[in-house]
Write a protein that binds this ligand. Structure first.
Ligand SMILES: *Cc1c(COP(=O)(O)O)cnc(C)c1O
Length: 496
């Protein structure tokens, strides 16, 4: 019996279950092997060569061999990458990717309900709203707060800046005079968001940081006053609660005071550090975050979710809605429903209309593991970063000529070889880059680097920036033995 035309897009249940089984084996094998797999896969030219061998033309007919042909391609493709799910992944900002979130993703996309408008799926939108309300309360925001799940921190920052602009300047708005203040350690997504929001990049003031790389409130106040005096429109301060470079937390309380006095919007970019409000120690370190007008935080970092899950929380939910809620005639059918008791519609609180149903990705892991599991994991990450810092201090005391940038303010640690007397900057940078390469070549851990200002020389002379190694402990799979391995490899690689 031949299938009706087009029906081949709906394989029967037995076929689908068979395919699911093969893909589950692939995925669970990868998770199981990650404990012993090299901390980094094949990258660069060799990775590109693998990519070239795996590339297949899209044919008119199903690929020969079906899924059995494709599974090895996927397996090999995953090898040509950073091992971001591994316990040794301490580069950039890890997270890991909870398997329970992958299960949530599977069921969300299979059910494929429409969650842009709550009227189309009130219960699924309620589950998402419950997660957002719980998060807002964890951050200490009032009940007027509303949240939005985004694809990541960059989109959350953009949504926040558009909201602040709309709230402070209205529709027309003197965007060319609107000034934005952030530190020289701000994430580059802030500049991207400013430009995308139609505000000139030149209007971003890079306020100086203190010796611990935190925005200096005195310099902020002076910059706002100077701009006001010159006829500009100070509008927004963007603080960091956990910079990407070193995890520095800006003085949130002092800056909230300045924003309250001057009437500026305070957006806190806590994409990396925000999740630490879930544990007691972290909440202490993020004191003052509850006073921000808006907060970006990335569940795909500190809540260990797969990439594609960011979050924006806005103290006055009405201002978020005012920035994004626009009527459309083709959506009028929903107005015929009795909408009493309806949860918030994501599309009224952000730029997207159709979107992947993101809520279950948080809801299912939170329900299955309980919030306590997240709190304990985050407490552990802070302790592991302290252990790493202590280990580096011991190495320095043992004679390795290294300098540590700061006591960890969250879970990132940055350090480098001390510059030798008279050593050219390039040579110093090369020695540090080679150290990083030797550590990573051992493939038990994978670290990354950044460039950070050196302490000012005698008389406060600017000393330039230096290549700096960094480790960020944030994968839920990273535990004490991995940090010991990291310290061993740092020590063993310290001599050339
Ligand atoms: C990661 C990060 C971002 C960007 O978030 P994405 O999810 O990668 O878009 C913004 N700010 C800070 C401080 C970050 O660490």
């Amino acid at each position: 019996m031949s299938l009706p035309e087009g029906a081949e897009l709906e394989p029967d249940r037995a076929t689908l279950e068979g395919w699911l089984g093969q893909l589950a084996t692939l995925g669970f094998d990868a998770v199981e092997q990650t404990a012993t797999a090299p901390a980094v896969g094949t990258l660069g030219a060799a990775g590109n060569a693998i990519a070239a061998t795996l590339s297949r033309a899209i044919g008119e007919a199903p690929i020969e061999g079906g899924l059995a042909t494709l599974v090895p391609i996927l397996r090999r493709a995953a090898e040509a990458s950073l091992n971001t799910i591994g316990p040794g992944y301490l580069a950039y900002v890890p997270g890991g990717g909870l398997p329970t979130a992958a299960l949530a993703e599977f069921i969300s996309t299979l059910l494929n309900r429409y969650t842009g408008l709550a009227a189309a799926a009130p219960a699924l939108c309620r589950l998402e709203a419950d997660v957002l309300a719980w998060l807002a309360a964890e951050f200490g925001l009032p009940e007027t707060a509303r949240g939005l799940l985004t694809s990541g921190g960059s989109m959350a920052n953009l949504t926040a800046i558009v909201t602040a602009r709309h709230d402070r300047l209205g529709e027309g708005g003197a965007v060319h005079r609107a000034m934005i203040y952030t530190s020289d350690q701000a994430h580059h997504s802030i500049a991207k968001a400013v430009r995308t929001a139609g505000i000139p990049l030149a209007n971003v003031r890079r306020v100086a940081t203190d010796a611990r790389l935190r925005l200096d409130p005195g310099a902020l106040q002076a910059a706002i006053e100077a701009d006001r005096g010159a006829g500009a429109l100070p509008m927004l301060v963007v603080t960091a609660a956990g910079t990407t470079n070193t995890g520095a937390v800006d003085p949130l309380d002092a800056i909230a005071d300045i924003c309250a006095e001057t009437g500026l919007w305070h957006h806190c970019d806590a994409a990396y550090g925000g999740a630490f409000v879930l544990c007691d120690e972290g909440r202490r370190r993020l004191r003052g975050i509850s006073r921000a007008d808006s907060i970006t935080f990335d569940p795909h970092k500190g809540m260990f979710l797969p990439y594609g899950t960011g979050c924006l929380l806005v103290r006055d939910g009405a201002s978020l809605r005012a920035a994004f809620d626009i009527e459309a005639p083709y959506l009028q059918d929903f107005d015929a429903l009795d909408r009493a008791g309806e949860p918030p519609s994501p599309t009224e609180y952000g730029p997207e209309l159709s979107r992947d149903p993101r809520g279950l990705r948080l809801w299912l892991p939170l329900q299955l593991h309980g919030a306590g599991a997240f709190r304990r994991a985050l407490t552990e990450k802070l302790a592991l970063a302290s252990r790493l810092h202590r280990g580096l201090l011991e190495l320095a005391e043992g004679g390795v000529p290294l300098e540590i940038v700061d006591v960890p303010q969250l879970s990132a640690v940055a350090w480098r070889f001390t510059r030798l007397p008279g050593e050219p900057r390039e040579a110093h940078d090369r020695r540090n880059a080679a150290w990083l390469a030797r550590i990573n070549a051992r493939a038990r851990v994978h670290l990354s680097s950044t460039s950070l200002p050196l302490q000012p020389g005698p008389g406060g002379a600017a000393a330039g920036a230096a290549f700096t190694l960094r480790a960020c402990v944030l994968s839920f799979r990273t535990h004490a033995p991995h940090i010991e391995a990291c310290l061993e490899d740092i020590a063993a690689s310290a001599s050339t």
